[in-house]
Ligand binder design. Structure first.
Ligand SMILES: Cc1cc2nc3c(=O)[nH]c(=O)nc-3n(C[C@H](O)[C@H](O)[C@H](O)COP(=O)(O)OP(=O)(O)OC[C@H]3O[C@@H](n4cnc5c(N)ncnc54)[C@H](O)[C@@H]3O)c2cc1C
Ligand code: SF4
Length: 826
């Protein structure tokens, strides 16, 4: 007969312990009942930061959704709290009146957020005040998002104060920025993340965090939450108050031990367990996870609980009753607010004989510190550059003797290290902390037939948490496959939802006569399933291929392209009247000024692309603004041809040899609105002084002596900087137009989705591009020219939709405009 196994707590440790038990044949040994006071299956709590920042939806972070419990014959009581255990009669008593008997019990109640004492945090009835949040559960995260989006006053820039500058606080601060809030972090410690790093690393982390626009107040203690009806700020000891509309408290966690305390179990800081994870003095009761105190230690990270769950499962199933948990050395590998952080052991030297190696590069946010004792590593902190983390974690975990060349601990010097370190890594070494995946598990996945990195990741869940371990996961898989790792087929898909590369996708679209995005999904997607992330790429590709034959579907467009304006961070739009080549007229300027006055445009700004930007227009007013302007749209949005920046050129400039303005206008008139895999920015300069910055454009043209024109391609001067490659020097503006168009069409047909020309040109090679464009080595030059001409011919002014919206809601506000932060009026 099966024994009754009851688990209290359905979080990361409880569910993991059950998974480990099932993996050891537990389904045949036990009838399993689980209680979780959250109303869900089991989710990856680490990923709540990604949910808050909007990178993941909450549906995506489930580790075990509800069907998993049914499939494994587990009775799960969701949303039900256990109040008490009777350890003598072996029953648990739940808040909903349920009483369940057990033979074995596992307590995995985790932790709760700690709310430090301060005035004004609770309502008179004892509940936490509206506008004050903790950050622990999916419900906490949802409430925070709801408040940040909808509930702060609209008459000023809204602010949030995060109390606590540890891992969680920084993640919360970063996440809240995504909703347009001004965020300040108040931290009582002398430097950020003081549990993980010393003051020097903390100072550099602070710079990186401040560079993100987050204010940091260290050495500050909050004494009160201010405001009566709604929150207006926080009070600080010995410092001025900080204004805010919401407060997030991430000031530490406390183990959830109430059930254990009222039931008479051994509790100190956490529930006291032995090396088998059995609660002290109890034969049948185990505890696992953050609620546990083992050999005096309480852990607040997932890596230890994976190790604990495995030992517990060995013991309770009887598979290996000698299995022991001896504690964890916590090495933290994280991405905190976008910054790579790895920390293990000591932050600095403790003895005179300790060696301390420090490298600091504040301008890049890089800091590395290693503490060495008796030629072994006893601590390390890496910030902003985690390339050596695999080797250092291993040196720390295994107490390896270090190479004499200490520099190689911090930098790749071409010496052996990285590859060796993967081979030497113990099978039990944890590669992915978020999901508790060891090197051994990855190796077994490869031996079990996973021949690509993504297949091994899918099977083991490695790399599917915060993502900071992906490099190491790849190294392990490559090593395990002996170099025979298959390229991930999905890496070549043009869009993620259709398993075809760009060339094959284009062939299929043509041969099947597909004309809309939904027809492509129906014909080519596995199970005909529509994939939202693929729509924009498909729409762009099909418009490029089919020109006027493309059947437009509005939901395949990004908001900017649905309303033909550029969405701003406060939910309003910017309207950019077309100004070809940067040239305008008195009439246009007057009209723009009148419109700006009439519609109270909060800001008028000259853009880097030589146009006038009218910023701060609510969505529903777009048609009115356009109607009053009565000028076509300049392309400031969408993955398409944007502008041609021009210099003064020969008519006015003393140095000019070519009519750069005239050619710029000609190019802009011809190519306006054409779709591309990514935006296309052009420029024409009237002489090699290059006042229009043509060398750093996707296509840049420069007039040179003798009335000739140089055409450069693949330049960039944004986040990525690259001088373009000279494609060809031609004699006439007509040739410029032809060659630029031919190159752009070749790029449109062959680039990956979102691949800018600065990546495309070096990938394909300038020599190859020259041979196709100039020498017609592939015999496609005429077709490229024709296809571009077809796109040019099918151009329709998108602003015409202002008079006749394509959908009833096209210009109706669907964004919570009033509650988003207001841009400043200048
Ligand atoms: C936003 C966030 C980011 C994090 N990031 C990282 C990270 O990057 N790296 C890392 O290593 N760790 C991180 N952590 C910590 C990690 O999530 C925890 O270490 C881990 O979840 C602990 O697992 P647990 O099962 O012990 O507790 P939990 O996951 O908290 O699960 C305990 C469950 O038991 C339930 N429960 C409690 N009492 C009862 C009761 N009486 N009856 C029924 N149910 C009960 C709780 O509601 C909860 O659902 C993060 C945590 C948060 C909140
Ligand atoms: S690039 Fe040459 S022609 Fe154009 S403005 Fe500068 S100096 Fe004059």
């Amino acid at each position: 007969m099966k024994k009754r196994l009851v688990v209290i707590g359905n979080g990361m440790a409880g569910a993991r312990a059950v998974e480990e038990i099932l993996a050891r044949g537990g389904a045949d040994l036990f009838d399993i009942t689980m209680f979780g006071d959250e109303p869900y299956g089991n989710y990856n709590r680490i990923m709540l930061s990604h949910v808050l920042s909007g990178e993941e939806s909450d549906a995506d972070i489930f580790l075990n959704a509800l069907p998993w419990y049914q499939e494994n014959n587990i009775t799960l009581h969701t949303g039900v709290r256990v109040d008490r255990i009777d350890k003598f009669s072996r029953h648990v008593f739940a808040a909903d009146g349920r009483v369940v008997q057990y033979d074995y019990l596992i307590i995995a109640t985790g932790s709760r957020s700690f709310l430090p004492p301060m005035d004004g945090i609770y309502t008179p009835s004892g509940t936490v005040r509206h506008g004050v949040f903790t950050f622990r559960t999916m419900d906490d995260t949802r409430r925070m998002i709801q408040f940040a989006q909808h509930e702060h006053p609209g008459d000023q820039q809204s602010r949030a104060v995060v109390i606590g500058g540890g891992l969680l606080g920084l993640e919360a601060a970063r996440g809240l920025q995504a909703y347009g809030l001004d965020v300040a972090v108040v931290h009582s410690g002398g430097h950020l993340m003081n549990a993980q790093m010393g003051p020097d690393g903390g100072a550099i982390l602070r710079r990186s965090v401040e560079a993100l626009g987050i204010a940091v107040h260290t050495g500050s203690r909050t004494t009160a939450i201010l405001g009566s009806d709604r929150i207006t700020g926080v009070g600080l000891r010995d410092q001025p108050n900080l204004d805010c509309d919401m407060v997030v408290v991430t000031a530490g966690i406390r183990p959830n031990v109430d059930v254990a305390v009222v039931s008479g179990l051994a509790v100190e800081r956490g529930i006291v367990v032995d090396d088998h994870l059995r609660v002290m003095d109890e034969e049948e009761i185990y505890a696992v996870g953050e609620c546990v105190q083992h050999r005096g230690e309480v852990y607040g990270l997932v890596a230890p609980l994976w190790e604990q769950a495995a030992v517990l499962a060995d013991h309770v199933t009887g598979v290996d009753r000698s299995s022991m948990y001896l504690g964890s050395r916590t090495a933290t590998k994280l991405k905190v607010a976008g910054v790579d952080v790895a920390s293990m052991g000591l932050h600095g030297p403790e003895r005179d004989s300790d060696e301390h190696i420090v490298f600091s590069e504040p301008s890049r946010g890089v800091f590395k510190s290693i503490v060495i004792r008796d030629n072994k590593m006893v601590g390390a902190t890496l910030l902003g550059d985690s390339r050596k983390v695999a080797y250092l974690t291993q040196a720390f975990d295994q107490g390896l003797f270090l190479p004499e060349e200490r520099l190689s601990l911090m930098f790749d010097l071409g010496s052996p290290g990285e590859e060796e370190s993967v081979a030497e890594l113990a099978d039990s070494a944890q590669v992915c902390n978020c999901n508790g995946v060891s090197k051994g598990a990855l190796v077994s996945a490869v031996r079990g037939g996973c021949t690509s990195v993504s297949a091994a990741m899918d099977t083991t869940r490695a790399g599917k948490g915060c993502g900071s371990c992906k490099l190491m996961v790849t190294q392990v898989v490559e090593w395990a496959a002996g170099g025979a790792v298959e390229e991930d087929p999905a890496a070549n898909y043009y869009v993620p939802g259709i398993p075809l590369d760009k060339a094959s996708l284009m062939v299929e679209i043509r041969s099947r006569g597909l004309r809309s995005v939904s027809e492509v999904f129906a014909a080519l997607a596995p199970g005909s399933t529509e994939d939202a992330k693929s729509k924009m790429g498909l729409a762009s590709l099909m418009k490029m291929m089919l020109a006027g034959d493309y059947v437009d579907e509005r939901d395949a467009r990004f908001i900017n392209e649905r309303v033909h304006a550029n969405i701003q961070r406060d939910g309003t739009f910017s309207v950019v009247p077309q100004m070809k080549g940067g040239v305008t007229s008195v009439q246009q300027l007057r009209r723009i000024a009148d419109v700006a006055e009439k519609h109270n445009i909060p800001m008028i700004k000259l853009t880097g692309g030589q146009r006038i930007d009218l910023l701060g227009v609510p969505k529903e007013e777009l048609p009115l603004v356009w109607a009053d302007l009565d000028m076509p749209s300049g392309y400031a949005y969408g993955k398409s041809f944007r502008t041609v920046k021009t210099c003064v050129g020969k008519d006015y400039c003393r140095f000019g040899t070519g009519d750069s303005t005239g050619l710029g206008i000609r190019l802009e008139s011809r190519f306006q609105g054409i779709e591309a895999p990514a935006k296309l920015k052009l420029a024409v300069s009237g002489c090699p002084r290059n006042c229009a910055e043509s060398l750093v454009k996707d296509v840049g043209v420069v007039a040179v002596e003798g009335g000739r024109w140089e055409i450069y391609i693949g330049g960039a001067a944004g986040a990525h900087i690259r001088k373009g490659d000279l494609l060809v020097t031609v004699d006439t503006p007509e040739e410029v137009t032809l060659m630029a168009g031919r190159f752009m069409q070749y790029y449109r047909e062959n680039a990956n989705w979102l691949e800018r020309t600065y990546a495309f040109v070096p990938r394909v090679g300038i020599e190859h591009i020259r041979s196709v464009i100039l020498d017609d080595s592939e015999g496609i030059a005429a077709r490229l020219d024709d296809s571009m001409q077809a796109s040019v011919d099918s151009y329709v002014d998108p602003w015409s939709e202002r008079d006749d919206p394509l959908t009833p809601g096209q210009f109706r506000t669907s964004l919570p405009l009033t509650v988003l932060p207001q841009v400043p009026v200048r």
